[in-house]
Design a protein around this ligand. Sequence first.
Ligand code: HEC
Length: 96
Amino acid sequence: MKKLILGMILGSASLVVSCGPKSMAVTGPKYTSSEQLAQGKTIFENSCNRCHKLPDPAKHDDQGWLKTLSRMAPKAKLSEDQHQMVYDYLISVNKK
Ligand code: HEC
C-alpha cells in the first residue's frame, strides 16, 4: 500500500513537470539593438568571471558559443533572456 501511494505521488509529480511551461532555449541570434548588446556585455562581465576569468569572446564561433553558453548560463544562473543577450553580445564581438 505504501508503495502504491508513493507511486501515485511520484507519478503526479512527473506529470506536473512535463506539463510545466516550456523554456524557450537560445538557438540563435535574436537581439541586434545596441541597448541589448550593451546589457549582454554587462551581464557577461558581471556573471562570467565568478568561477574562472572572463573568457575571450573570440574563443568560440557562433555555433561554439551556442553550445558553451548553454552549459554556462545555468551555472551563472542567467534567465533565458539574459542568456540570449549575452549570446548576442558574444557573437557581435567574436568576429567569426
Ligand atoms: C558556477 C561557476 C561558473 C560560472 C558562473 C561560469 N562558468 Fe564557465 N566554466 C565553469 C567551469 C567549472 C568550467 C570548466 C569545465 C567545463 O568546461 O565545463 C568552465 C569553462 C568555461 C569555458 C571553457 C570551456 C569552453 O567550452 O570553451 C568557457 C568559454 C566558459 N566557461 C564561459 C563562461 C561564460 C560565458 C559564463 C557566463 C555566462 C560562465 N562561463 C560562467 C564554471 C562557471
